[in-house]
Design a protein around this ligand. Structure first.
Ligand code: HAM
Length: 436
């Protein structure tokens, strides 16, 4: 029996892996221009971090986390014992909680300092039901800006996100940017009660899950995919009508900055996002083509209380993450080529491949060209000269150096330009100069 990759995981085959590298590099180049610096945090964290940071009642924490228990502790649990909460580890379902934990642990945002602007790229894990654009292990690129609550930070991050999509090639007209404000501790509790009361009035039109949500976190009902629930929630009280003065001013300032920068967006008072840490600004970018129901290619928002939730001093924060696999689907749907063809500057072909001195000279020439910075390849399987040319063609070689006993006797190789078919005899020591 062959063993395949686990359900919901995906091998990134060479072309996709190449594109993932380019994707990360492009993102880091763009974000670097806005002052973001890289950070790497572990793929595993204490489960408690996600419970406190993302919220126990969210789907991500209550249903979708992969929790890891080491062998010893597993035995202890199976024997009916208990383990310390420090030993309960979960694979990160997202990057924000870990980055904020690291910032608190290493005091990356000392009081009075400029905001810490951090960016990251890596695998996230969610035990969701796999479908197109929804994986159990997927790749995200994200940023977190810690230590400033000014609306300019929110607007700057959104502008930067849209710039990245443009640079990676997602057609502008195919994207929709949604923005909303989630309010804060001052205005959200009263709003939440209004939504709960509204849901109770419409209890017979809402699904069972939504009515359970009404008890724990009524705002989650805005995410329900059930058409009946969506119709009811369409007329629910809108958060933007119930913001306190400072949240309203903050939201207006963010929108004014986006307007000033010419960024098109739609206000969506139903956008609540699936993670409990958000306060004030939230945003999401969606596309329609090639995506099915998993159409969010990125999203984020402000989380001014998260650092305190994980034991730090009050530190406002804002960030976003974008899904690599979903962006790749959006690009494919738009007909954009993901990875450029393999580059090969020179293929060294052996005429008389069975002569060891010819093979050895070819081997040395290949190393010499690579040392000089050229991508170079040769045959390793004793192919005929004709097959070696076929291989050179397949690799997209710009030039082929043919080396046989006659050439070798003169210390030379025949250099053929694969586009013009011109051939010149070049001294082995001058091949790299000829390539230049
Ligand atoms: P999120 O909306 O949960 O936010 O995920 C961000 C992006 O990751 C989504 O828009 C989507 O493109 C991708 N994504 C999420 N789940 C999956 C999945 N199962 N399969 C494939 N792609 C997926 C966050 O993760 C927040 N940490 C963003 C943030 C940063 N907020 C503040 N700072």
């Amino acid at each position: 029996m062959t063993i395949n990759a686990p359900e919901g995981t995906k091998d990134l085959l060479p072309n996709e892996a190449k594109f993932w590298n380019r994707f990360k590099q492009t993102a880091f180049d763009v974000f670097g221009r806005y002052g973001y610096v890289p950070i790497e945090t572990p793929v595993m964290e204490q489960t408690e971090l996600f419970v406190r940071g993302i919220g126990e009642a969210t789907d991500v924490v209550s249903k979708e986390m992969f929790t890891a228990i080491s062998g010893e502790n597993l035995k202890r649990l199976l024997d009916g014992g208990s383990i310390k909460s420090k030993s309960r580890l979960s694979m990160r379902p997202e990057g924000t909680a870990g980055v904020v934990r690291a910032a608190v642990q290493h005091d990356l945002v000392p009081q009075g300092a400029a905001p810490a602007k951090l960016m990251y790229a890596g695998q996230m894990f969610r035990a969701e039901r796999p479908q197109k654009g929804r994986l159990r292990q997927f790749n995200q690129v994200g940023v977190e800006c810690l230590g400033a609550d000014a609306p300019t930070i929110d607007a700057e991050a959104i502008i930067m996100l849209m710039r990245f999509y443009r640079e990676i090639g997602i057609p502008e007209g195919s994207m929709r940017l949604l923005v909303n404000s989630m309010g804060c501790d001052e205005c959200r509790p009263a709003y939440r009660e209004l939504v709960r009361a509204y849901m109770n009035e419409h209890a017979d039109e809402l699904c069972e899950t939504c009515m359970t949500r009404a008890e724990i976190n009524p705002l989650r009902a805005f995410d329900c995919k059930n058409p009946g629930c969506a119709a009811v929630m369409e007329n629910a009280p809108k958060i933007t009508d119930h913001l306190c003065d400072s949240c309203r001013e903050h939201y207006e300032a963010v929108r004014a900055l986006l307007d000033g920068a010419g960024v098109a967006y739609n206000q969506d008072p139903k956008l609540v996002r699936g993670l409990d840490y958000y306060t004030r600004t939230v945003f999401e970018v969606q596309v329609d083509n090639g995506m099915g129901s998993q159409n969010a290619i990125g999203g984020g928002g402000r989380y001014d209380k998260l650092a305190e939730e994980v034991g730090g001093r009050p530190t406002p924060g804002l960030g976003f993450a974008l899904g690599f696999e979903r962006c790749a689907l959006a690009l494919e749907a738009a007909g954009v080529e993901l990875a450029p063809a393999q580059q090969c500057d020179l293929f060294v072909a052996c005429a008389g491949a069975d002569a060891p001195e010819v093979r050895n000279a070819a081997f040395s020439l290949v190393q010499q060209c690579r040392d000089a910075g050229f991508s170079c390849e040769m045959d390793h399987q004793g192919r005929s000269l004709k097959s070696q040319f076929k291989l050179a063609d397949k690799l997209g070689a710009a030039k082929v150096a043919v080396l046989g006993p006659d050439e070798l006797a003169q210390g030379k190789a025949t250099l053929r330009d694969m586009a013009t078919h011109d051939e010149t005899l070049v001294a082995l020591a001058d091949v790299t100069a000829a390539l230049r």
